[in-house]
Design a protein around this ligand. Structure first.
Ligand SMILES: [Zn+2]
Ligand SMILES: [Zn+2]
Length: 266
């Protein structure tokens, strides 16, 4: 196996600027305001459609897990930290996390949750436009609005759950450890599967429920093959170095059903 060349943790951590932090604060305020607005919009319907609302809340929780895995896979696999905007906002924190997985436990509320709020804000704003008063469609519209509202809420909570999964057992609050033990939020051992080089599986970090089925069907390997075929890009090249990236991609494909790769030689 080729040596995995990871990036410098200090350089990655230094990429967190004051101006970016200001944008994060604004995103957090905007996110909470929009969430309250969605709750206010839904509340008059709660007594008429309790089951639709409960089902939608659950669907949103599962959707958030999928989104967390998909975005995490994108940031771990493609692009580099010096790309404009998303390099700093999205890719840097994920790459820093592989090099120094305890750094997240030292991040305050803003650094932990700001970026996810940034992603959630435009979706929350658009969801507010879903009309609930079209005759015959109220139940469906309500289900859509609550699913999306629930999804963005859990997406926003994702990095908090992720941070908790990296706390030392002595410092983790009892309620957090109980939720992890019941697998209602991302459990510690479960997430450890992702932190094993070459960091190419178990990307979902909200509750982790979708990790096993997605790994079983080779979901990310199929997508990587498609992206490589369409663009020529090599998965994980920027994160772990070209040679290791090629070797792990070939090894990953061999473990997944019906995935073939055609990559250049290192
Ligand atoms: Zn990762
Ligand atoms: Zn982690």
């Amino acid at each position: 196996m080729a040596q995995i060349k990871q990036q410098d943790a200090k350089a990655l951590a230094a990429g967190y600027s004051k101006s970016f932090r200001a944008v994060e604060v604004l995103s957090i305020v905007a996110f909470w305001s929009l969430s309250v607005a969605i709750a206010v919009k839904v509340s008059p319907y709660a007594s008429t459609y309790p089951f639709a609302i409960c089902a939608a809340l659950m669907v949103g929780f599962v959707m958030a897990d999928f989104v967390s895995g998909f975005v995490h896979w994108l940031a771990d696999t493609w692009g580099s930290t010096d790309m404009p905007v998303i390099g700093k906002a999205l890719i840097r924190p994920f790459r820093e996390h592989h090099v120094d997985e305890k750094a997240i436990t030292r991040h305050d509320y803003i650094e932990t949750n700001g970026a996810n709020c940034m992603i959630a804000v435009p979706v929350a704003a658009m969801a507010l436009f879903i009309p609930l008063d079209i005759e015959g469609w109220t139940g469906v519209a309500l289900f859509c609005l609550v699913s999306i509202g629930s999804m963005i809420f859990w997406v926003m909570m994702t990095n908090q759950f992720h941070k908790w999964s990296h706390l030392d057992p002595e410092t983790a609050p009892t309620v957090v450890k109980t939720l992890q033990r019941w697998h209602l939020i991302l459990p510690v051992d479960h997430h450890h599967m992702h932190h094993t080089a070459p960091f190419d599986t178990y990307y979902c970090i909200t509750n982790g429920w979708l990790n096993w089925p997605l790994a079983k069907i080779g979901f990310y390997r199929h997508l990587e093959r498609l992206v490589t075929w369409a663009t020529g890009a090599i998965p994980r090249k920027d994160d772990i170095g070209l040679e290791a990236a090629i070797q792990t991609t070939v090894a990953g494909a061999e473990k997944s059903p019906n995935v073939q790769v055609d990559l250049p030689r290192a």
